[in-house]
Design a protein around this ligand. Structure first.
Ligand SMILES: Cc1cc2nc3c(=O)[nH]c(=O)nc-3n(C[C@H](O)[C@H](O)[C@H](O)COP(=O)(O)OP(=O)(O)OC[C@H]3O[C@@H](n4cnc5c(N)ncnc54)[C@H](O)[C@@H]3O)c2cc1C
Length: 566
């Protein structure tokens, strides 16, 4: 394949020469750096590239140009190359225009001139953007192929697993794609049940379990050692942050994840309020960066693998994992977050994954192309999903149980929903029943004000109706509240002037420490946590500080030394 293109555009010859030189120096080996001296010249070049079937990875465009401004050029370029990353070069006076362009042309970054030294001001930003571009871009496809029925629950399970674990795959619909039938026959699996997963070496797996698939696509599911300084359960923002700080500060650190790195945040189509990312970033990008950072410092990640049982003895915490193996640690951080609440109406259990989805907006977006879809919920996650799906679906109807969105959704999302031409909000409405054979066909919607039920066609319903912790496996070991959230530090129940109930150490518990010394909690699973990415990250980092204090404490000297081997 020819090299992807990076296009620099500036009307000042000396600036254009400088930016092209800096780009070539750092990216010339992997990208073809091209330049244009005006918006018109850039558009002509992009049209030619499109005709020639070339791929454009990045546009670096000056804002102040005569005839066509940088933002105007990016708006036109978006139609030809929607996946290319977009960077605007600005002077201080153009900052307002740049901030407006974030929404207008989905700007990825604005870069203040001058950008010297490029090693500090230019390359780190562009490296990140090009990494994101590469992660999303799939050239001639050599990876995993999944053949199945568009609306099958098993097919959804496999696709969701691959997508959330950032494993590139190509989906082939057996009903609509002739290549799917051909490949199935070629693999000698014409009679095998679907979904059929064909690996890059040609091996075909018919209806594989997630564990078998994980093993075959090379995910790491066995711990290297039997003991660690720190084990973190859950790789959402809290767990990943804990691993980054733990591993970078010299603790041998193991992360255990039941589904896929990123947690709830990993399912978000666009996170816009996380500090340091003014133009927002997708949950998948945040997860990928967090995983890379944790691994770079030496943290080990087991995924998919569930922690199912916890015992604490002799100052060690022993986790039993879903494959029956166990792992011990001196300190443990529980960062297991919360899971979507399930819709409790007739038809919901049977049609889950077959038209009814929980937080799967990204995986299913292409499947809803030109369809009418419903999103249930009134929180920010429902709003984000509605806007994301609206880019693909013909129409999106947001079903809101309350009277208005303002009660539960951020203002910026409400404004976007009002601006979107194909998103409708139905207030005082909820789903009463789901209907369909193999997959969802219709939904019954209840109008709370009149009590009337209307039955309408629907191919897909996405549900975001809050979430609750899944901590049953910790009941009786850690103090939990009635909903299953974990108590810690000052919240722990205790008799007046006593240490917390069941607490077995000489000292008081640290702020994020649970009722068992050495076991900490961080993020959404903690009682009365803030339910924000930034706070989950903050708590993950903070918990590690307490881990160090615990490991330095007097009990450490009494802990027996355990063998490290597997
Ligand atoms: C769609 C959506 C969009 C959102 N958008 C925003 C936003 O824009 N800004 C914002 O600030 N917040 C947003 N949030 C909220 C934010 O994502 C959460 O507050 C944050 O992810 C909490 O992080 P956490 O690490 O505590 O838990 P989680 O993200 O819930 O991660 C917990 C992880 O633990 C794993 N796990 C659970 N139990 C086990 C077990 N027994 N063994 C192994 N692994 C286990 C889970 O699989 C999961 O991966 C959004 C949430 C959703 C759902």
């Amino acid at each position: 394949m020819e090299k992807p293109v990076v296009l620099a555009v500036d009307d000042e010859p000396s600036v254009l020469a400088a930016v092209a030189r800096d780009l070539r120096r750092h990216y010339g080996a992997d990208y073809e750096v091209m330049r244009a001296a005006s918006g018109a010249e850039a558009m002509a070049a992009l049209r030619e590239l499109k005709l020639a079937g070339r791929v454009v990875a990045l546009l670096v465009v000056d804002q102040r140009m005569p005839q066509m401004t940088g933002v105007e050029l990016l708006a036109q370029a978006l139609e030809l190359y929607p996946e290319a990353k977009r960077v605007l070069l600005t002077a201080y006076a153009d900052t307002d225009a740049a901030i407006k362009a974030i929404n207008q042309v989905r700007l990825d970054h604005y870069l203040m001139k001058p950008w010297h030294p490029p090693e500090e001001l230019l390359y780190p930003v562009l490296d990140d953007l090009l990494d994101d571009w590469r992660a999303d871009f799939q050239p001639v496809f050599e990876g995993v192929r999944v053949i199945g029925h568009r609306w099958s629950a098993d097919g959804h399970r496999v696709r969701d697993f691959l997508a959330r674990n950032l494993i590139p795959y190509r989906w082939l619909d057996i009903e609509a794609d002739a290549e799917a039938t051909e490949l199935r026959e070629l693999a000698g699996a014409a009679a095998e049940p679907l979904p059929l997963v064909i690996l890059s070496d040609g091996t075909a797996l018919s209806r594989p379990t997630i564990a078998a698939l994980a093993e075959r696509v090379g995910l790491h599911t066995r711990a290297v050692s039997a003991t660690y300084d720190l084990v973190v359960v859950g790789t959402g923002p809290a767990g990943l942050a804990a691993a980054v700080y733990g591993a970078s500060e010299g603790l041998t650190t193991l992360l255990i994840e039941r589904e896929a790195p990123g947690g709830q945040a990993g399912t978000s189509s666009r996170i816009e309020n996380y500090l340091g990312f003014p133009v927002g970033l997708s949950g998948a990008d945040l997860a990928r960066r967090g995983v890379a950072q944790a691994r770079r410092f030496g943290a080990e990640i087991l995924s998919p693998m569930e922690a199912v049982k916890l015992d604490s003895r002799d100052g060690y915490h022993v986790l039993t994992l879903s494959d029956g193996s166990s792992v011990a640690s001196q300190a443990l951080i529980v960062a297991t977050g919360v899971s979507y609440r399930l819709l409790d109406v007739p038809g919901a259990e049977r049609l889950a994954g077959a038209g009814l989805f929980y937080g799967a907006a990204i995986t299913e977006a292409l499947a809803v192309k030109d369809q009418d879809v419903f999103v249930v919920g009134a929180g920010n996650s429902a709003g984000q999903a509605a806007l994301y799906l609206a880019r693909y679906a013909k129409s999106v109807t947001l079903l809101v149980r309350g009277r208005a969105l303002a009660e539960s959704m951020s203002k910026y999302l409400i404004e976007r929903i009002e601006e979107a031409g194909n998103v409708a909000v139905m207030a005082g409405a909820s789903i009463a029943e789901l209907h369909g054979g193999e997959s969802l066909e219709e939904v019954s919607i209840l109008d709370a004000a009149t009590g009337a039920v209307s039955r309408v066609p629907a191919r897909a319903v996405f549900v975001f109706i809050g979430a609750s912790p899944r901590t049953e496996w910790l009941a009786g070991i850690l103090q939990l509240d009635q909903q299953g959230f974990i108590l810690s530090g000052p919240d722990l129940e205790r008799q007046p002037n006593r240490r917390p109930n069941g607490w077995l150490a000489e000292r008081e518990p640290f702020w994020l420490e649970t009722s068992v010394p050495g076991i900490f909690v961080a993020g959404d699973v903690r009682r009365q946590s803030t339910k924000r990415i930034a706070s989950a990250v903050g708590e993950g980092a903070m918990a590690v500080t307490f881990v160090h204090q615990h490991l330095r404490g007097p009990a450490a000297a009494q802990r027996p030394v355990l063998a490290k081997g597997p």
